[in-house]
Design a binder for this molecule. Structure first.
Ligand code: SAM
Length: 249
């Protein structure tokens, strides 16, 4: 994707699709139809507030069912440029590796990337949502970076395990960027968020996907914000929630 296509995706396509989403939400409310998205309460901010000026390269722009949207992968690729020299980049929920690949290509050449997914056929510590089983049930996660000849993919380590019981101890306080996009069930959203806060370094970003889309994620993030007043921000026109860990004093 070239710079102009990236500009169009953020400045034209995303506002139009957000308008469509809002109209659909209001129309369903007025017609008394069952909601297919949740109303949300986290403060909604424009992506421009994140000052995402870094130029990026975008690979594998085509979205499969289960991937983040085009504007979301662009934002993740821009945010990951903020990870500092040597900091880890960690993703929970590899799926086909489209986001992992774009995080590798756009992060500093000294940043190792770790991405976790479930081994095929394993039982999970908590129940997962019925609707996400099709994303879990795949022969091998990360195919989009496995098949890529981009040199930066050499920095990616594919990890297999259940995020709730995975041994994260080697990664504590090492992540400059965390993307939480594993199971969308409430127990997992809570547990993965707790993990993210253990792994993130001062100045690092945590980003969650599917806020307002999966009830478990929406509930978990709103509860955490109500209890801890962390300043979680929902990025308008996306289902991303962003948190920046304060810099050390
Ligand atoms: C929606 S997909 C992730 C999409 C991907 N991050 C992207 O941007 O294209 C969710 C992934 O989380 C994985 N997953 C679900 N439960 C998990 C768990 N308990 N531990 C690790 N990964 C899990 C699924 O197998 C699936 O591949």
């Amino acid at each position: 994707m070239n710079d102009f296509e990236i500009f169009l995706a953020l400045n034209v396509k995303m506002p139009i699709s957000y308008l469509g989403y809002r109209l659909r939400f209001i129309s369903r409310e007025l017609r008394g139809k069952r909601r297919d998205q949740q109303p949300t309460t986290l403060p909604c901010r424009s992506w421009r507030n994140l000052v995402l000026n870094a130029p990026i390269r975008l690979l594998e722009a085509d979205k499969s069912q289960g991937n983040v949207s085009l504007s979301e992968v662009i934002m993740l690729a821009k945010l990951v440029t903020e990870a500092k020299v040597g900091e880890e980049i960690i993703e929970i929920g590899t799926f086909d590796g489209r986001t992992t690949l774009n995080m590798a290509v756009n992060s500093h050449a000294s940043c190792p990337i770790f991405t976790l997914d479930l081994p095929q056929g394993d039982d999970t510590a908590f129940d997962v949502e019925e609707g996400e089983k099709s994303f879990i049930d795949k022969p091998k996660p990360g195919m989009r970076f496995v098949q890529s000849d981009e040199p930066s993919t050499q920095r990616i380590t594919q990890m297999l395990g259940d995020s709730a019981i995975f041994d994260w101890s080697e990664h504590e306080d090492k992540a400059g960027f965390m993307f939480v996009d594993g199971s969308h069930a409430y127990d997992y959203a809570k547990k993965d968020t707790e993990t993210a806060f253990r792994l993130i370094r001062p100045g690092g970003f945590i980003v969650w996907h599917d806020y307002g889309v999966w009830e478990g994620v929406t509930k978990a993030l709103e509860e955490i914000e109500a209890e801890q007043k962390l300043g979680l921000q929902h990025i308008r026109g996306t289902s991303l929630v962003v948190y920046r860990h304060p810099e050390a004093a």
